[in-house]
Ligand binder design. Structure first.
Ligand code: HEC
Length: 151
């Protein structure tokens, strides 16, 4: 180093410093950005391949749509919120076959496109997270305060 001009040495020093700081930045960023903020991660969900929507997930729910944050949710957000609200999806329950029938019905009558290779993952997500209530994780609701739907 001694034979180098002092301004070049300064430049090399500054360059090294920047590298170290950048390295530290990357290290600490990956340490402090968990997918879910409050720890409610179900086993199947970690790590989630959901680039771009992670920040919208709170308590295991993708807040803007209300979808349960689980494997495949990014596909469902992409394909199933284009024509109607996510609520139409989340308020329904069905097994895999039932979900497939709904998709086929939309394809026949509502111009839903071919979901191609992603259909299987979408059906897995729907059947797993929006299964018929009797076989779901929660017991059926009781004492429901029904109200009349008006149109
Ligand atoms: C191309 C437009 C379009 C896309 C994309 C779409 N749907 Fe639909 N879907 C519709 C229409 C139109 C209806 C009927 C809406 C109504 O009755 O108000 C509907 C209704 C539904 C219903 C209610 C069915 C019922 O029996 O009441 C469900 C559940 C549903 N869609 C789920 C999905 C899912 C899951 C996806 C993603 C795979 C999806 N939709 C993507 C157009 C679409």
């Amino acid at each position: 180093m001694q034979h180098l001009p002092s301004n070049l040495r300064l430049l090399i020093g500054a360059g090294l410093l920047v590298l170290v700081l950048a390295g530290l930045g990357v290290y600490f960023q990956s340490e402090t950005s968990p997918v879910l903020e409050d720890g409610e991660i179900r086993e199947a969900d970690a790590p989630l391949p959901m680039t771009g929507i992670d920040g919208d997930i709170k308590n295991g729910v993708h807040v803007p749509t209300g979808f349960i944050a689980a494997e495949g949710v990014h596909l469902v957000i992409a394909h199933c919120t284009a024509c109607h609200s996510a609520k139409l999806v989340t308020q329904n329950r069905a097994d895999r076959e039932g979900w497939q029938q709904m998709i086929r019905w939309m394809q026949r009558t509502q111009n839903l496109w071919d979901l191609g290779e992603q259909e299987a993952a979408i059906l897995d997500y729907l059947a797993e997270n929006y299964a018929p209530v009797k076989s779901g994780r929660r017991p059926p609701l009781t004492d429901i305060d029904w109200y009349e739907l008006k149109d």
